[in-house]
Design a protein around this ligand. Structure first.
Ligand SMILES: Nc1ncnc2c1ncn2[C@@H]1O[C@H](COP(=O)(O)OP(=O)(O)OP(=O)(O)O)[C@@H](O)[C@H]1O
Ligand SMILES: [Mg+2]
Length: 341
């Protein structure tokens, strides 16, 4: 089976006269694999909403191609478009529910739009979806009686009603408090696991990416700054915008370095331990084998999706010649390190 479900090639979007204004999207190339949760993060105005809205043609690209399951959707006519919307469910920051319809009727709406008029089949499907999102008891309630988290659960059920192959999420948790955000992220993760559903989500919150996504693209000024596995991009950020987003959310990359540097006299190393390596007593081994001491200046442990990681910022004590002996030791244990300038 084809493992790439979405392929974006040389995608450009101009909202205004092409030749003059800066494009909202500029030469975007990405592929999204079947069954993964792919995150797109960037600052306000970076082009996240524009990008995700091109995937179901809520925005028409100015140039480039978007292949979904091998078909170039940018060529679709109206009937192709209707089918595309059924294959790409979408959830929104402000839920976009129909306030005059009950929970069940909101969820049934896309089924009816798709031409399904079998009332028994619709009822069965709606009940199945209510169960999936944990809202069985609220089937006859109206949106104004629901909390934000419950509204988003209805939004998710509605987006899944026509069994799409991709779920698109545009800042789906941005209007929710942290606890509710966590429960919606857990629901998305469990839907991804249970149904093998591919999810593409945009967010400006690093925590959303960290807890949910397999891979991430960082977008800045309409261009992809960097992309890759979340553990690679977040633990070894190369682009300044990634580094600054991480620094703001308590990631160590770039954080408080100036202050730390003032206290230290020896060379600084940032060590990253991922997975099983997180639990190895590498520093004490290195000290024992090299006779060189370390001063631990900062440390953090965390989790990226299901993988634990740790980062330590250490000062190498002793003579200037100590550093090569230490890095040789770290290489031997295959510990990732950066010499912090
Ligand atoms: N309908 C529109 N018409 C003209 N320009 C637009 C339109 N929508 C977005 N833009 C511009 O395109 C650029 C990208 O906007 P977009 O909404 O995609 O950013 P975003 O990353 O989603 O931002 P935010 O985090 O604030 O939602 C911005 O410069 C924005 O002003
Ligand atoms: Mg947006």
């Amino acid at each position: 089976m084809e493992t790439t479900v979405i392929r974006i090639e040389a995608l450009t979007k101009h909202y205004s006269t092409p030749a003059t204004a800066k494009p909202a999207l500029d030469d975007i190339n990405l592929h999204i694999k079947r069954g993964e949760i792919f995150g797109i993060i960037g600052r306000s105005g970076a082009g996240k909403s524009t990008l995700i809205r091109t995937l179901n043609l809520l925005e028409r690209p100015s140039s480039g191609r978007i292949l979904i399951e091998g078909e170039d959707i940018t060529r679709y006519d109206d009937s192709g478009l209707a089918a595309l919307r059924r294959r790409t469910g979408m959830i929104f920051q402000h839920f976009n529910l129909l306030n005059s319809k009950s929970v069940a009727d909101n969820i049934a709406f896309p089924l009816k739009l798709a031409g399904n008029h079998d009332r028994t089949a619709i009822r069965r499907r709606v009940d199945e979806l209510l169960e999936l999102v944990g809202l069985g008891a609220l089937r006859d309630s109206y949106p104004h009686r629901l909390s934000g988290g419950q509204k988003q659960r209805v939004g998710i059920a509605r987006a899944l009603s026509n069994s799409p192959s991709v779920l698109l999420s545009d800042e789906a948790t941005s209007a929710l408090d942290p606890e509710t955000t966590q429960s919606i992220l857990e629901l998305l993760a469990s839907i991804n696991r249970q149904l093998g559903l591919t999810i593409v989500l945009i967010t400006h919150e690093m925590q959303v990416i960290r807890s949910l996504c397999d891979r991430v693209a960082v977008i800045d000024g309409g261009r992809i700054a960097e992309s890759g596995a979340v553990s690679d991009v977040f633990l070894h950020p190369r682009h300044a915008v990634t580094q600054s987003l991480l620094a703001e959310t308590g990631g160590m990359a770039g954080a408080d370095l100036a202050a730390v540097r003032l206290q230290a006299t020896g060379p600084l190393l940032r060590l990253t331990f991922v997975g099983a390596a997180t639990y190895q007593p590498v520093l004490s081994i290195a000290t024992r084998e090299t006779g060189i001491d370390f001063n631990i200046l900062q440390g953090s442990i965390g989790r990226i999706k299901d993988t634990p990681y740790g980062q330590l910022l250490v000062e190498v004590m002793g003579t200037p010649g100590a550093l090569p002996a230490v890095t040789a030791q770290l290489d031997r244990y295959q510990i990732h390190y950066e010499v912090v300038a």
